[in-house]
Design a binder for this molecule. Structure first.
Ligand code: CTP
Ligand code: MG
Length: 182
């Protein structure tokens, strides 16, 4: 179950860490401050992070598709596919891009309630990108989504993701790509 869940979520997991690795430069909000006196999104959401993150998520998805073309299992566990042809590319894209959109949406909310860039919001920080990936993928490919994200897979993702998020962020903090370990 954990392997299946992580396999399905890999194109959504990678963009966040890769945005931290490759991010920087021009902020998506263009530096705009809203009428509440706070930034619209903040300097932590950049074009470079969004584009590099989406590209990395799609790249891992393509590698997974290549793997599936040669084998349909890993460690003896049967692997689900992202679909066929263009459908699979769309799923991989919405998982990757949706995860960063979820993260970005919550940055908007965080700024509105007065949390500065990098301030921790437990629960939200760990799952905002999962919600974004699920929402966009469900909207674009409802049949694929519902047949792959069954109740038990969804539950597994909700339990495993915060743990993985914690581990990767601590690593990111110590190698210097994250300003805070969350
Ligand atoms: N990042 C980026 N572009 C994105 C998402 C992330 O450049 N679209 C980079 C930024 O350098 C950011 C880092 O990845 O600092 C870590 O991402 P995250 O923790 O989501 O950002 P925070 O700095 O914590 O900002 P926020 O409070 O808005 O979440
Ligand atoms: Mg953060």
């Amino acid at each position: 179950m954990i392997i299946t869940a992580v396999w399905l979520m890999l194109p959504a997991y990678l963009p966040n860490s890769m945005a931290a690795v490759f991010g920087g430069g021009r902020p998506i909000d263009g530096g705009i401050t809203m009428s509440d006196g706070r930034r619209m999104l903040g300097d932590g959401k950049t074009y470079r992070g969004l584009i590099a993150g989406t590209a990395c998520g799609m790249l891992v998805g393509l590698l997974q598709m290549y793997y599936l073309s040669r084998s349909n299992s890993i460690f003896g566990v049967e692997l689900p596919s992202f679909g066929d042809g263009a459908g699979a590319l769309i799923v991989i894209f919405t998982l990757a891009f949706g995860s960063l959109m979820g993260d970005m949406s919550m940055s908007f909310v965080k700024r509105r309630i007065g949390y500065k860039r990098g301030a921790p919001l437990p629960g939200v920080d760990q799952l905002d990108f999962v919600m974004g990936a699920w929402l966009l993928t469900f909207l674009a490919s409802p049949a694929w989504f519902l047949s792959n994200f069954t109740f038990s897979i969804v539950l597994t993702v909700l339990i495993v993701t915060p743990l993985l998020h914690f581990v990767t962020n601590v690593i990111g903090y110590f190698i210097g790509v994250k300003n805070e370990p969350w």
